[in-house]
Design a protein around this ligand. Structure first.
Ligand code: S3P
Length: 172
């Protein structure tokens, strides 16, 4: 009965390993809202893994897929959308995202991110660059964009999932 507490979409953004997918699933459960990930959406559409898309078609192609995914989701309401880490880097995406819902930025230190993603081989930008320094540099390049797009910011370092989710909800 608690469905559609929020009359807008909740868009989770942030660097790889900041917990977007995990928090989206948790929020989906407690708010009884559907959640989806733009990465999953693209993987299904393209019938390739994220790695395969980057390898066979290149990053630019993937970025276009991301914009297309956002456009297709424009008509949806009351859902939680977990965005790939690079989504807010394109201006056209930012416009769509702002129209589409509340933007929640999840943050974490480079060390935390490294710990969370170090065994992942499904993050093409980090394949061969899996170290704190690389993560820290890329994060720094993206920081101001992430911050300028966000309506709400929640740090996820050393916090249990439920505490992060509760903090998000309290700020919505
Ligand atoms: C990317 C983040 C990934 C995925 C792709 C590119 C990025 O998603 O979209 O590998 O540019 O930051 P996650 O943030 O869910 O890892």
């Amino acid at each position: 009965q608690a469905k559609n507490l929020f009359p807008y979409n909740i868009m989770l953004i942030g660097f790889m390993g900041c917990g977007k997918s995990t928090i989206a699933k948790y929020l989906s459960h407690i708010l009884e809202m559907e959640d989806l990930e733009t990465d999953d959406f693209i993987v299904k559409r393209e019938d390739m893994t994220i790695n395969e898309i980057f390898q066979r078609k290149g990053e630019e192609y993937f970025r276009k897929c991301e914009s297309n995914a956002l456009k297709e989701l424009e008509t949806r309401q009351g859902i939680i959308i977990s965005c790939g880490g690079g989504m807010p880097m394109r201006d056209e995406n930012v416009e769509l995202m702002k129209k589409n819902g509340k933007i929640v930025l999840l943050t974490a230190s480079p060390e935390t991110v490294y710990d969370r993603v170090k065994y992942s081989n499904q993050r093409p930008l980090l394949n061969g660059n899996m170290n704190v320094e690389y993560i820290s540099n890329l994060m720094e390049k993206r920081r101001s964009r992430y911050e300028s797009v966000a309506d709400i910011v929640v740090n996820t370092d050393q916090k249990p999932i439920h505490a992060i989710a509760e903090e998000v909800v309290s700020k919505l």
